[in-house]
Design a protein around this ligand. Structure first.
Ligand code: OGA
Ligand code: MN
Length: 293
């Protein structure tokens, strides 16, 4: 395909210029992107002047979408497609969310290193985040390569981590920031799900650490010991050598593989400036415990 590509980091992440997603994607383009994702884990498509419908058509061509987003205050949503996650600081009417708004408190969880939807029984495969409106001095989004982090883990740690199963929940990640304002219905909806701590990345055959702020315990371990171990692994996995920090440009569409990367938002003055980003998320094939180890 006639694109210009450029690596963005020594380990992973690829920039692509020359794709135009205003046209429905051809099968050839879908195959090319799938292959690029399996290899590079983060793909940045520059200059995508697309609307919600075009973003949706592209995502649907790549694979089955997550049917439901996991948010608080479902009845107060700004976007027309219910599969689309509103990664913004905006109210339904387009004004900036109040500082103490529950949706803002909840969204602050994105500042923690995580893998999208690791708290769902069948978690996310790819996320596709489109920059519609960036604030001045827009904050980067950071990505960490969990295959490289696994490869670099000392053998003794690999041996301990390899068979472990963790419970993930949105309630655990929000608790890390002191947010516990969930309704009984949300508590039920966000009940913990088990995931392997080490998984084989189906796209490349490589092993990968499956870490996320959503982890709240390790099966069979006392909780403080589990959390200390997870924190240690997370510190290891997010050392600068494993991290690509993405400086956003207008109209970037960034696709990342949640099976083998973590990511986090960085802060900005979200009480003063608007940031409008929209995400669609592909669903993985099965719960990680049902996938090949
Ligand atoms: C996400 C996310 C980070 C950001 O869209 O899933 O975590 O910088 N975004 O907005
Ligand atoms: Mn995320």
């Amino acid at each position: 395909m006639n694109f210009q590509v450029r690596p963005l980091h020594p380990l992973f992440a690829l920039e692509v210029e020359g794709v135009d997603l205003r046209q429905p994607p051809t099968p050839e383009l879908v195959r090319w992107i799938d292959a690029a994702m399996d290899r590079h884990a983060v793909v940045v498509l520059r200059d995508q002047h697309i609307d919600d419908d075009q973003q949706l058509a592209f995502a649907e061509a790549l694979g089955p979408l997550e049917p439901m987003q996991a948010v608080v205050d479902v009845h107060r949503q700004r976007l027309k497609h219910r599969e689309m996650v509103d990664i913004s600081n905006l109210e339904v009417d387009g004004s900036i969310l109040a500082a103490d708004d529950r949706r803002r408190m909840f969204n602050l969880g994105n500042l923690l290193w995580h893998s999208d939807s690791s708290f769902k029984a069948t978690p996310a495969k790819h996320s596709m985040l489109h920059a519609r409106l960036l604030p001045p001095s827009a904050p980067n989004t950071e990505f960490a390569d969990m295959r490289a982090a696994w490869d670099a883990l000392p053998a003794a740690m690999q041996e301990i981590a390899r068979p472990l199963v963790c419970d993930h929940s949105l309630i655990y990640s929000r608790a890390l920031l002191g947010f516990d304002d969930f309704t009984p219905e949300e508590r039920e909806w966000f009940a913990p799900v088990p995931q392997r701590l080490v998984r084989r990345h189906a796209g490349s055959g490589r092993l990968s650490l499956y870490l996320s702020a959503h982890i709240g315990t390790i099966h069979g371990w006392p909780r403080p010991e589990a959390m200390a171990f997870i924190r240690d692994l997370t510190e290891h996995a997010t050392q600068r050598e494993f991290v690509y920090s993405h400086p956003w440009r207008d109209h970037d569409l960034v696709i990342w593989d949640n099976r083998c990367t973590m990511h986090r938002a960085r802060p900005f003055d979200d009480k003063k400036f608007k940031r409008d980003m929209r995400r669609l998320t592909l669903e993985d094939s099965a719960p990680t415990l049902e996938q090949a180890a």
